[in-house]
Write a protein that binds this ligand. Structure first.
Ligand SMILES: *[C@@H]1O[C@H](CO)[C@@H](O)[C@H](O)[C@H]1NC(C)=O
Ligand SMILES: *[C@@H]1O[C@H](CO)[C@@H](O)[C@H](O)[C@H]1NC(C)=O
Ligand SMILES: *[C@@H]1O[C@H](CO)[C@@H](O)[C@H](O)[C@H]1NC(C)=O
Ligand SMILES: *[C@@H]1O[C@H](CO)[C@@H](O)[C@H](O)[C@H]1NC(C)=O
Ligand SMILES: *[C@@H]1O[C@H](CO)[C@@H](O)[C@H](O)[C@H]1NC(C)=O
Ligand SMILES: *[C@@H]1O[C@H](CO)[C@@H](O)[C@H](O)[C@H]1NC(C)=O
Ligand SMILES: *[C@@H]1O[C@H](CO)[C@@H](O)[C@H](O)[C@H]1NC(C)=O
Ligand SMILES: *[C@@H]1O[C@H](CO)[C@@H](O)[C@H](O)[C@H]1NC(C)=O
Ligand SMILES: *[C@@H]1O[C@H](CO)[C@@H](O)[C@H](O)[C@H]1NC(C)=O
Ligand SMILES: *[C@@H]1O[C@H](CO)[C@@H](O)[C@H](O)[C@H]1NC(C)=O
Ligand SMILES: *[C@@H]1O[C@H](CO)[C@@H](O)[C@H](O)[C@H]1NC(C)=O
Length: 662
């Protein structure tokens, strides 16, 4: 089969524009150097002389006595190999290292768990460095890499005093990038609307970006499967067909998970524009397509779980996102046969009701989910509308219309089956009254709702699940899922409920970023309704929870796409849209780069009206959608009164200033 692909292939991010520098740089969590030293001493037990010398590598410290220990604090989430200089160690001296993300699990006897969730919270144990220690500079074995931690505890395990210095961590994530702080995008807004920290929105944008950086790892640093036996851990498994590659979490699972990418990749797009790890992850999934059925795996190797219709759909959604962000036609062409086969796999599950019968039940840990399920069908709808659009880029108009027609039919079957007028929301399936957070958020976001009133009703209904710390998922009781929360956040913006979106953002991400149960720099996988550490139970092992999970970074893209209002509407931004959601802020600015160059936006409220400055590549074109009614005022583009249709003005590439004068 031959498709005359419309766009030229692109040299993937070989050069990207750096974002401009400014006050926002102070909120970038990424380390300044690829080797880091402790920022503080968190705790000392027993006899330790000169502990504070280890901060910033100022000198040596001596641990004296079996069982004396100290805990170093790297200040933010880090990951990588530890090196230590042993200064003339006595033949009998020995040491143990333990690692943890949360300070709750600091212990001289065990690390937080990453290999396997065990109720005793002691599966991983410590890394022992037995006597005799080498004299001088030592580096931990590569297979014992800890991919995510903030606290490192060093324990003397003999009665002989041991003098050490130079306790560094060589950052292992983003192996292909020298300057971890050189982002291709930025976001900056000061919030004076009464929330406590005026810089919170900027901080959370950068926390999401840094979280995804910590999930971008070398190919051969996956968690070993089967899991090593206790005590221990090993992160030397091969993660896919090429590296670097994007995984779900820094500490664990350290495997490709396409659902997680549904949030993490938009974050990557607006912040680092580092799309190569995403291409490698998607290529890994397509290479593992089941040739008999067309099923894609749920996760990448060595985990390689299967039987998940929703994660199958997420790989297809990720393909669309990657193509839109990168314009990488050559890659799309290469996977196209497998892509269409995989769409066919979902089509094959549609029965006489017009709905997909979800039979691959693995998912983000939610309960239920089988049969004529709303979430599965919402994802399938998104796959169909995306596929119609990809097929038109691939110059396959007949396929595009067939997918489009099937999307239209599915939208009507979806509304007929799941809409519950009494509750004003969608139910999980036809035999329940439970209205899940996932399908209802997706229904707004993926345009399954049929009117603004219906979307508004769903947005309002979702708020009924909130507590002080965020949105508790009805489909996974006692759990706040920032993955699904990220979809909900976008759904509130999408339906025009900006104040509700901001409220959720402050509750859920405000808690995650501030709580001293976590690392205060990257974002938690999930937590319980009362804020305690745990996601889906994990065998009652809260120490297994990941504190750097890209799927929790929803605010980063939401702030860029909605609050700033900048989105692309064709690959790489050949066409774009700027539709600010002021959300009570006086001003916001930011932007991102693609292979075409820099896309920047600034908007502010002023006495003369509302101003939007757009700075985008020449040769592109787009629209500016004003957030306020134009009636009684006028709109000028570069000083010239412009033609406005329903609040939208057409703008060409280059620099433009659009002013709504009131
Ligand atoms: C977190 O802060 C609370 C309140 O300040 C304090 O009581 C608690 O000990 C702190 N927990 C940790 C793990 O640092
Ligand atoms: C200190 O650690 C750094 C980074 O690990 C290493 O490059 C350097 O050689 C070490 N210095 C000494 C004196 O061992
Ligand atoms: C990973 O490291 C462990 C411990 O060093 C080793 O036994 C194992 O063979 C390694 N696995 C791979 C895939 O290299
Ligand atoms: C150090 O203490 C541990 C735990 O109390 C004990 O098992 C171990 O034998 C001691 N080692 C030495 C060399 O005294
Ligand atoms: C903790 O539980 C795991 C799994 O059951 C077991 O393998 C391990 O030995 C236990 N560790 C301790 C220190 O009891
Ligand atoms: C497509 O799937 C087959 C297995 O069905 C696999 O062998 C092949 O490598 C895949 N192609 C691509 C480009 O991923
Ligand atoms: C329907 O949804 C409810 C609520 O999520 C769930 O408990 C039930 O198992 C689902 N039914 C089927 C057939 O999957
Ligand atoms: C979905 O398919 C399974 C397996 O074929 C079947 O057992 C189940 O009854 C079907 N569910 C519905 C709602 O048709
Ligand atoms: C559209 O849906 C019909 C009915 O389920 C199915 O037979 C057909 O294969 C679908 N078309 C495409 C292009 O997937
Ligand atoms: C949403 O779907 C309707 C058709 O159901 C369509 O007219 C409209 O353009 C879609 N909106 C977007 C933003 O795609
Ligand atoms: C918080 O919730 C967890 C999990 O449901 C529970 O074990 C714990 O007791 C609760 N903590 C408080 C302070 O209520």
């Amino acid at each position: 089969m031959h498709y005359p692909w419309v766009a030229a292939a692109l040299a993937l991010h070989s050069v990207w524009a750096s974002a401009p520098s400014g006050p926002w740089d102070a909120f970038n969590y990424a380390p300044k150097s690829k080797t880091v030293w402790p920022a503080a001493i968190h705790r000392v037990e027993g006899t330790v002389d000169g502990a504070t010398n280890l901060v910033d590598n100022e000198g040596p410290a001596t641990l004296a006595g079996n069982g004396s220990w100290l805990t170093l604090d790297y200040g933010v989430e880090v990951g990588g190999l530890i090196s230590i200089t042993f200064i003339s160690p006595a033949p009998s001296a020995s040491l143990a290292l333990s690692f943890t993300e949360s300070p709750l699990f600091i212990s001289p006897l065990t690390s937080d768990d990453s290999s396997y969730p065990a109720p005793n919270m002691s599966y991983d144990g410590v890394l022992r460095v037995p006597a005799p220690l080498p004299s001088g500079w030592w580096t931990q074995p590569a297979s014992a890499l800890r991919g995510g931690f903030r606290y490192l505890t060093l324990v003397s395990t003999s009665s002989t005093p041991l003098t050490i210095s130079n306790v560094s961590c060589a950052i292992s994530f983003m192996p292909h990038v020298d300057d971890l702080r050189d982002y291709a995008g930025y976001f900056y807004a000061q919030d004076s609307s009464g929330y406590e920290d005026p810089d919170f929105l900027t901080k959370v944008w950068y926390a999401g970006a840094y979280t995804v950086q910590t999930n971008t790892v070398p190919l051969d640093t996956g968690r070993e499967v089967p899991f090593v036996s206790s005590p221990g851990w090993a992160n030397n498994a091969t993660l896919g067909v090429a590296g670097p590659i994007i995984v779900d979490g820094a500490k664990r699972d350290r495997a490709v998970w396409p659902g997680d990418m549904g949030i993490a990749v938009p974050t990557q797009f607006v912040s680092t524009y580092d799309l190569l790890p995403t291409r490698n992850a998607l290529s890994t999934m397509f290479a593992a397509l089941d040739p008999l059925t067309g099923a894609l795996p749920e996760s990448g190797p060595p985990l390689s779980q299967t039987v998940s219709d929703t994660y199958h759909a997420w790989t297809l959604i990720g393909t669309y996102n990657y193509y839109m962000y990168s314009g990488d036609t050559a890659w799309l062409q290469n996977v196209w046969a497998n892509y269409t086969k995989a769409v066919g796999f979902l089509e094959g599950k549609v029965d006489s009701t017009g709905l997909m019968n979800v039979t691959g039940l693995r998912d983000w840990a939610r309960l239920g989910g089988g049969g004529h399920n709303a979430e599965g069908n919402a994802l399938f709808y998104k796959v169909l509308t995306n596929s119609a659009s990809l097929a038109s880029y691939a110059d396959a108009p007949a396929l595009s219309s067939a997918w489009s027609a099937n999307a239209t039919a599915l939208k009507s079957a979806f509304n007929a089956a799941f809409w519950d007028p009494q509750q004003g929301m969608y139910r999980d399936n036809t035999s329940t009254t439970l209205c899940p957070q996932d399908a209802n958020s997706m229904a707004i976001l993926f345009n399954l709702t049929t009117s603004a009133e219906q979307a508004g009703s769903v947005s309002k209904g979702l708020e009924r699940n909130w507590n002080a710390l965020g949105a508790v998922a009805p489909e996974l009781p006692d759990t706040i899922s920032p993955f699904i929360g990220g979809l909900e956040l976008q759904a509130h913006f999408e339906s025009g409920n900006d104040a509700r979106a901001m409220d959720l953002l402050h509750r859920e991400w405000g808690y995650m970023l501030a709580t001293n149960l976590s690392v205060q720099s990257t974002l938690l996988e999930g937590f319980t309704a009362n804020g305690s550490l745990s996601y889906r139970g994990y065998n009652y092992d809260p120490s297994y929870t990941s504190h750097a999970h890209g799927w929790s970074s929803g605010p980063t893209s939401a702030l860029t796409f909605y609050v700033l209002g900048l989105t692309i509407t064709a690959p790489q931004g050949r066409t774009w849209s700027v539709a600010p959601h002021p959300s009570g802020l006086p001003r916001a600015e930011g932007g991102f780069s693609t292979g075409l160059g820099w896309f920047g936006v600034k908007w502010w409220e002023g006495e003369g009206g509302f101003t939007v400055e757009v700075d985008v590549p020449e040769g592109t074109q787009g629209v500016v959608r004003l957030p306020y009614a134009v009636e009684g005022g006028k709109v000028c583009v570069n000083g010239v009164e412009a033609h406005v249709v329903e609040g939208v003005v057409n703008v060409v590439g280059g620099k433009s200033t659009v002013v709504l004068q009131r």
